[in-house]
Design a protein around this ligand. Structure first.
Ligand code: NI
Length: 167
């Protein structure tokens, strides 16, 4: 099984809006386990299907210290959000850059879990931040969109330079 390739900013495919998954099948679980493998390998704490060029509403994350508590969220929707919190965020699609981003500190989401069951789930702390970041990906949104355009352009330029060197 080949490792999924993670798209990097400013790849325009990262801007596509993902579609809801109508039926959760073995295909979705296969995708989720491949995404988890790519996420752990990177290593990272979250990955959205958009980042591997699959435009379906599926995210995976694991914010546990030992990276042994994977979460698979299908069609996640934020129903309620409370408070606000600032933290340093990074992104596997924006390697090497970390910026302070403001998010809701607590969220309530509706989602389908890894067993195909619709559930509501509360999240706070790093998990809440991670889920908000990943749901943004499904909307084609990246953490650099919260920065000034000058800062975003600077990151874009630097990443393009690195990408050109790799080609
Ligand atoms: Ni990201």
């Amino acid at each position: 099984m080949s490792t999924l390739e993670i798209l990097e900013f400013p790849d325009p495919r990262l801007r596509k809006k993902a579609l809801p998954i109508a039926n959760v099948t073995a295909k979705e679980y296969d995708l989720a386990s491949r995404m988890l493998a790519a996420m752990y390998k990177a290593p990272g704490i979250g990955l959205a299907a958009t980042q591997v060029n699959i435009h379906k509403r599926l995210i995976v994350c694991d914010v546990s210290e030992n990276q042994d508590n994977p979460l698979i969220l299908i069609n996640p929707v934020i129903r309620e959000s409370y408070g606000c919190t600032e933290s340093q965020e990074g992104c596997l699609s924006i390697p090497g850059f970390y910026e302070t981003i403001t998010r809701s500190s607590e969220i309530l989401i509706d989602t389908i879990d890894q067993h195909g069951k619709p559930i509501s789930k509360e999240a706070n702390g790093t998990l809440a931040i991670c889920i908000q970041h990943e749901i943004d990906h499904l909307e084609g949104k990246l953490f650099v969109d919260y920065l000034s355009s000058t800062k975003r352009q600077l990151i874009r330029k630097k990443l393009l330079k690195i990408q050109q060197m790799k080609d």
